[in-house]
Design a protein around this ligand. Sequence first.
Ligand SMILES: C[S@@+](CC[C@H](N)C(=O)[O-])C[C@H]1O[C@@H](n2cnc3c(N)ncnc32)[C@H](O)[C@@H]1O
Length: 307
Amino acid sequence: MKVPHPIQYQGSKRNLASIILRYFPDKFKRLVEPFAGSAAISIACAAREKAISYWINDLNKPLANLLELIINNPNEVADFYENIWNQQHQNSLEHYYRVREEFNTTNDPKLLLYLLSRCVKGSVRYNTDGRFNQSPDKRRRGKRPESMREQLLGFSYLLRGKSITTSFDYKNVLSHVNKDDIVYMDPPYQGVCGEKDLRYFSSISHNEYITALIELNDRQIRYLVSYDGRSGNKSYGKILPDTLSLTLIELEAGRSTQATLLGRDVVTVESLYLSPHLAVEVSALPSFHKRRSNQQMLLMEPQDFFG
Ligand SMILES: C[S@@+](CC[C@H](N)C(=O)[O-])C[C@H]1O[C@@H](n2cnc3c(N)ncnc32)[C@H](O)[C@@H]1O
């Protein structure tokens, strides 16, 4: 089955989901995603029937509400999207700005689905007042309504009756997880604009996050974290300290478009960290996953990669 992805979201892990899932146990009780975004990992797990239940959380309330609405009322969301998508034909840019204004006034999650589908690279941008201020993509009209309906129904089919959706701060979520859970965390990127990353609704403090991970280790919680990365020789994001005893898996995520334009072949690599208890359970060793041009990923142990 093709995994449905109704929400276009910059930073979505949909393209890396199959490789990330290799580091999950075969079956477990509950998947918890404190920084769910488009919930790409929850939906990938649900498609493979890995967990019995799912806790999907994101501090961005309209986004969390949208996920809940898609899961429980997919046809209502699909009808609304179809209607709003069809209204854009006369003057699609003016229409987009009108919808954006309405969203900033009402926070209606159904409007957010349209904005994400229609804005530049599906990338949320907020100004310092918390207003959505991303521009429309001038070349694209957004996912067609019939395809959107299919994706919405598929998403709902896989998660309905087995998921809860909340919009808490991640620390609140982590205080409620237990040893039966698998926690997948993909926090907002740090180091982009200081502590505040306007690409998402909110950003987190690196030090507070490390403290939270230390507590999870003490409580023997099984977790995975997507965090820093590198593009060519340049690292982005602060790395997680060795004292956390995490196992580092590096995932080749693609080529930098900007560098390719400049005639340089620069590969972007994302870090995935496994908690001590999970690494033992799934017998994970530090590894590097190379991505072939056909998008298939190959597993190479460090000795293969570094020759
Ligand atoms: C990198 S994105 C996650 C992308 C996601 N893995 C996906 O596949 O779409 C990080 C998310 O964390 C959310 N976030 C930011 N600060 C948060 C906080 N303190 N607690 C919970 N979620 C937060 C943002 O709204 C954003 O959606």
